[in-house]
Design a protein around this ligand. Sequence first.
Ligand SMILES: Cc1cc2nc3c(=O)[nH]c(=O)nc-3n(C[C@H](O)[C@H](O)[C@H](O)COP(=O)(O)OP(=O)(O)OC[C@H]3O[C@@H](n4cnc5c(N)ncnc54)[C@H](O)[C@@H]3O)c2cc1C
Length: 398
Amino acid sequence: MTALPRPPATTPALPAGAPAEAPQPLYDVLVAGLGPGGCAAALAAHAAGLRVLAVEARGPQATRSQLVLVRPGAQAALCRLGLPDITEGRRTTTIRHVENRLRDAIATAAEAGHHSPPTPGMPPPGPPLDLCWHTGVVAVAPGPADVQVTLRDEPGGAQRTVSARHLVDATGGRLEALGRPARQRAGPGHLVITAEYTAPPWFDGIVGVRDPATHELYLLFPTWGRAGVIAYFDTPPGARLDGATLARRFEAIAGQLALGPPRQPVEAIDVYQRRLARPSTDRVLPIGDAVGNVDVLLGAGMSWAIEDGVDAALGVAAAQRRPSAALEMAVTQATGARIFARHRAGSLRGRLMLAVRPLLERAWPRATLPHIGRDSLGPPPLLWPAVRFVFGRRPRAT
Ligand SMILES: Cc1cc2nc3c(=O)[nH]c(=O)nc-3n(C[C@H](O)[C@H](O)[C@H](O)COP(=O)(O)OP(=O)(O)OC[C@H]3O[C@@H](n4cnc5c(N)ncnc54)[C@H](O)[C@@H]3O)c2cc1C
């Protein structure tokens, strides 16, 4: 690879109003978006020896409170990235915890690449990883040999254009607004609200209720170390509700259960599934939610984003080792097709999950929402055998 002048590890904000500059040095891969998928892609690409630029529109601190399952495939991918203990042997954690661990690992890699002097007697360090927070992708122009990507410094508005041989789109689908292929609806939607509270859990395991009249589910999970509670509210597919009304009902329940204020503002999300119609054919590889988001009941979106990230990085590394552009594109497209196939299968499973939701719902104790108290909530029988059946065995800490 040709040695090129490089920007610093954490690119400082450009002066406000500065004009877009001429193309900057070529990177092997630019990773757009540092959610779980983008973090995994950037770390794996860096470990594979590629020159990586990783950009994230927001700041380094992750804030999302969703409870997430870490599936065995993602656990294996995290082990490859040197994070074998992310759940300390548990099945679930919060997305905030996973993102913060991955972002810490990226920041360490970026720092190490730029500041450690070569050690005598040791192999030379690999190419550095450049990391830019508060930097959004605002234009993407794929060509036959590279992708021109325009970046905007979010607080200041200054823009610059960089080129990379591949772009990993880990923005959760936000590049659709820039003309990238749009994901299409793949199944019915339902409204979900989730919030984290610092009230200590008074229960063990998972508890919840279902409203037999509305078919709504309200579930509570203890957070790690029993430091708080995560609440989920789920409406059945097809329910005609507006998000604001639902959020008020959700807050009324929290008041009755004395959960205190939520850590983040409460918002109802329509979680309908979407996915791309076909795999990518150019140098832009979408991963994670940018390929397709699966139903939250499946508890797989974050895990697949992590698996995709490692898969995409290794695919890009393999593609770039090919001796011709034609072979490079063949390997790139095979990687995109593999990631696409994972999501196509996943969206079918998500639809199946929604189809069996009425059966799953019946397992929970009955109560009229929002008029519930702490005594109304309870676990369904056979919960853990069912979880093991659907989600696989508990990951082992290694
Ligand atoms: C209510 C709810 C519950 C969920 N529960 C689970 C669960 O239990 N288990 C599970 O596995 N998954 C769950 N998910 C899904 C999971 O959160 C997503 O599948 C996962 O976050 C996708 O990761 P990602 O890296 O593809 O994208 P995201 O996490 O969406 O990350 C995208 C990143 O890109 C950044 N970005 C956006 N645009 C730009 C741009 N133009 N330039 C630069 N950066 C940009 C964003 O700021 C963000 O940091 C849930 C989702 C919801 C909504």
